[in-house]
Design a protein around this ligand. Structure first.
Ligand SMILES: Cc1cc2nc3c(=O)[nH]c(=O)nc-3n(C[C@H](O)[C@H](O)[C@H](O)COP(=O)(O)OP(=O)(O)OC[C@H]3O[C@@H](n4cnc5c(N)ncnc54)[C@H](O)[C@@H]3O)c2cc1C
Length: 391
């Protein structure tokens, strides 16, 4: 198979698992190495699920889906009046539900937790990944799916670093049992979007923790983009209530109470249903927004996929889809005739193109919303999508 029979995947999130599953299904000898000490079950919140994110699950069996569909994308104003509505039919889920569904399909004894890669060496015959506990593994191909703060990238491209976009997303989820009937009715089959002064907020349903998709048994998820100037403002919001400076996100239960109180005061401008979701959410958290673009993705026997190589702003909702797309394209390239170098060269060309385009589109959206204030409710170009708006 294009000169690779043993594959080590570093990073066992949605990108790493999709790559691991696809290459395992090709008959390759695949192992996944994840830094975290426990399965990443409780991580993250809601995600928009583009077709590529759950392509592996749907292809296995249509009822393996772990997402729900909402018919309407509605823009509302501060009084809750609908300004524009499109029947878009996007799908939504919880990050942990997609992760869990993929994880159960991968051979248990080949998914290693507590395995932090700290470096690697390669030559013309093989590549050896080294781990923090002193162990190592040798393979023909090393797939690095180790996310935005990638160890692999810091070794391969030390000058390429995530660039703070100037704003963060305040986020959280709440069970619908804790919301009023009026709010649930407004959110029943709709994602609500509100354009604010240099900001915006969206709320959408995701399955309940038990997978329920019926209104009343689901959760509602909010994402509220808010500007914090680089420097003091950003430092403050990324410092948790115990004084620890976080690099990418401040987890639930650890955001500073005074900063959340400040956001709570700003909810006066939100539509009633959105305001209720935000204010009733028990444990809001913060994810900072970054741009990341790598000039290369393949380096001999090592490649980088997903957020390790490119990270687009969340407005396109394509992060997991991009990671999965990198994995599918890698599988196709390795499956085609040729040696490893040729396969990776073909793969890198197409995935660099995709990465650049999705980052550029999401950056332009972020600029309009957070800097220029030119985001218009109902704009057909403002849609989630991997390849283009809406796709
Ligand atoms: C506010 C916000 C909203 C978002 N909304 C959406 C959305 O709606 N839809 C969507 O598709 N995406 C969304 N995303 C993006 C999405 O979360 C990421 O793009 C996606 O998780 C990337 O997947 P990945 O597998 O490449 O990396 P990650 O999910 O970051 O996983 C990397 C993994 O590698 C592990 N790791 C790191 N270093 C090492 C190491 N040295 N050794 C071993 N393991 C290591 C980590 O523990 C982690 O498990 C959003 C992001 C943000 C910030």
């Amino acid at each position: 198979m294009a000169g690779a029979s043993r594959v080590a995947v570093v990073g066992g999130s949605i990108g790493g698992l999709t790559a691991g599953l696809l290459l395992h299904d090709l008959g390759l000898d695949v192992e996944i190495f994840e830094r975290s000490g426990e399965a990443l079950r409780s991580r993250g919140a809601g995600i928009v699920v583009l077709p590529m994110t759950e392509k592996y699950l749907v292809q296995q069996a249509a009822d393996d889906r772990v997402s729900l569909q909402l018919t309407w994308w509605k823009y509302v104003d501060g009084d809750g009046r609908v300004l524009a509505a499109d029947a878009d039919k996007f799908r939504f889920s919880a990050w942990s539900a997609v992760y869990r569904a993929l994880l159960t399909k991968f051979p248990h004894d080949r998914y290693h937790l507590n395995a932090e890669m700290v470096g690697f060496d390669q030559d013309s015959q093989s590549v050896t990944a080294r781990f923090a506990d002193g162990t190592s593994v040798t393979a023909d191909l090393l797939v690095c799916a180790d996310g935005l703060a990638s160890t692999a990238r810091s070794i391969l491209l030390p000058d390429v670093e995530p660039a703070y976009a100037g704003y963060v997303a305040w986020r959280g989820t709440i069970h619908e049992a804790n919301l009023s009937a009026a709010a649930i009715a407004q959110l029943a089959d709709s994602m609500l979007y509100q354009v604010l002064d240099l900001g915006h907020v969206l709320v959408y349903a995701i399955p309940g923790a038990d997978g329920s998709t019926e209104p009343g048994a689901r959760r509602q998820n909010f994402v509220w983009y808010h500007n914090y100037a680089p420097g003091r403002g950003f430092e403050e919001v990324m410092t948790d209530r115990e004084g620890v400076r976080r690099s990418l996100s401040v987890p639930p239960g650890l955001v500073r109470a005074d900063l959340w109180a400040e956001m709570s005061r700003l909810t006066a401008q939100l539509a009633p249903a959105i305001r209720e979701v935000v204010l009733e959410t028990p444990e809001p958290f913060v994810q900072a927004v970054f741009d990341l673009e790598s000039p290369r993705m393949a380096f001999g026997r090592v490649c980088m996929i997903g957020d390790a190589a490119f990270s687009a702003r969340p407005h396109v909702a394509a992060g997991t889809a991009k990671a999965a797309a990198d994995a599918w394209a890698l599988r196709d390239a390795l499956d085609a005739a040729g040696d490893l170098a040729a396969a990776l060269a073909v793969w890198e060309r197409s995935q660099l193109r995709l990465g650049r385009s999705v980052v550029a589109r999401s950056r332009a959206m972020g600029r309009r919303s957070q800097v220029e204030g030119t985001m218009v409710p109902g704009d057909p170009a403002w849609k989630f999508g991997l390849m283009e708006a809406g796709n």
